[in-house]
Write a protein that binds this ligand. Structure first.
Ligand SMILES: *Cc1c(COP(=O)(O)O)cnc(C)c1O
Length: 393
């Protein structure tokens, strides 16, 4: 029997709902990965990614694997055994960066911040002073495990001042909040298709500065991963080369990525960020009317990922189960240190819309009421509506 997935509304940490135009693109006929028409599409995807990342970096491409592969590609190409890397951790994904560094035979200098807070620039500055021989600073711009935004501009500037590379995870950031690779002077920045791009999971857009590109071309040791070695990948994705087989690109998934990037371009970057912000503000107003509080301080909040504290006496899993079974609505559970303590409500890409905000508030209200929390019926949606009414678009 064919698999027929249930129709859900995806308001978790990813994947997010996929644009219908993107799903339609996915279903178009498969062509060869070296077909001249596909090669043309590859060039368009690269230039659309330059737009999305706000960069002129030549080495900008979609890696044929999910966001985690973008992380791995950044480290495996730029770091060599024996190198020292300053790794900032304020959630789950910084821990994965540490794993990447140590598995390469390099040393991770950890800068730890509490989960739910931004990376401390002061602490990173201290680490840079204590380890001037480090070759890179790695951090997560948009920490999906906690809903925190860190100051990418300041961290990349710090790296530049000390002649270190910057490695930036913006898997959840891209299209949801400002990502300005060239302004930041960032060296390796990767994202994913399944968060604010509202494309199917499985591809990782990535961009390397020309400085990073030089380093990759002049390594002392070969890149440990054959599949992610940019020197080889560029034989297929590079400009000015006769494109040759490296691996078979996920051809249909590339149609989907192209379509989602066209949607972003049509919408405009600023409009996309504003959309995410406005829906976040309306959700926040509704959550507060339900007596719920956000984990992250206002100035560090990601609009696309809202970590909400589970109130005392509420069974958090039961709430999520009710949302899924009665409303076909998926929200995320807490990860790591925050497991059991928070819900993570995503408002990413095409899932970031007023109907979803209202659906989520309504469903939460009913799930909380079912657990004996007395809440004024409809107050949350009224608060969200009032927030929308006060917004200028
Ligand atoms: C989702 C995510 C990843 C991993 O992406 P996958 O597509 O799941 O491999 C990496 N970093 C952050 C911050 C993420 O949110």
């Amino acid at each position: 029997m064919s698999f027929k997935p249930p129709i859900r509304t995806l308001m978790g940490p990813g994947p997010s709902d996929v644009y219908p135009q993107v799903s339609a693109a996915l279903a178009r006929p498969t062509i060869g990965h070296l077909d001249p028409a596909f090669v043309e599409l590859m060039d368009e995807i690269k230039s659309l990614l330059q737009f999305a990342f706000q960069t002129k970096n030549e080495l900008t491409l979609p890696i044929s694997a999910p966001g985690s592969a973008g992380m791995e590609a950044s480290f495996v190409n730029l770091i060599e055994p024996g190198d020292k890397v300053i790794v900032c951790q304020n959630g789950v994904f910084g821990g994965r960066m540490q794993e990447n560094v140590t598995r390469l035979g390099a040393q991770a200098i950890m800068v730890m911040d509490d989960w739910g807070t931004a990376v401390s620039i002061d602490k990173v500055q201290e680490a840079v002073k204590a380890h001037p021989d480090a070759c890179a600073i790695a951090f997560v711009h948009a920490e999906t495990s906690t809903g925190v935004r860190s100051d990418a501009q300041a961290l990349c500037a710090l790296a530049q001042q000390h002649n270190m590379l910057s490695i930036v995870d913006t898997v959840t950031g891209l299209a949801g909040i400002e990502v300005a690779v060239d302004d930041w002077g960032a060296d390796a920045v990767y994202s994913g298709t399944q968060k604010c791009l509202s494309c199917v999971p499985g591809i990782s857009p990535i961009t390397f500065s020309s400085r990073a590109q030089q380093i990759i071309a002049n390594r002392k040791t070969p890149v440990q991963s054959w599949f992610l070695d940019m020197n080889l990948v560029m034989g297929y994705w590079g400009a000015g080369v006769k494109r040759a087989y490296h691996h078979t690109a996920p051809v249909n998934a590339m149609y989907a990525l192209h379509e989602s990037l066209l949607i972003l371009k049509d919408q405009g970057l600023e409009a996309s960020w504003l959309k995410h912000k406005n829906n976040h503000l309306a959700l926040r107003a509704g959550l507060e009317a339900l007596g719920l509080t956000l984990v992250v301080a206002e100035q560090d909040r990601l609009p696309q990922l809202n970590a909400v504290s589970v109130p005392e006496g509420v069974d958090e899993a039961q709430v999520r189960n009710k949302l899924l079974s009665e409303y076909n609505l998926e929200i995320g559970a807490g990860l790591g240190q925050l497991a059991g303590k928070v819900w993570r409500i995503g408002l990413m890409g095409c899932a970031s819309k007023a109907d979803n905000v209202r659906l989520c508030l309504h469903a939460l209200e009913s799930a909380l009421a079912a657990q004996g929390h007395s809440i004024e019926a409809g107050a949350a949606i009224s608060a969200a509506n009032a927030a929308y009414a006060s917004q200028v678009n």
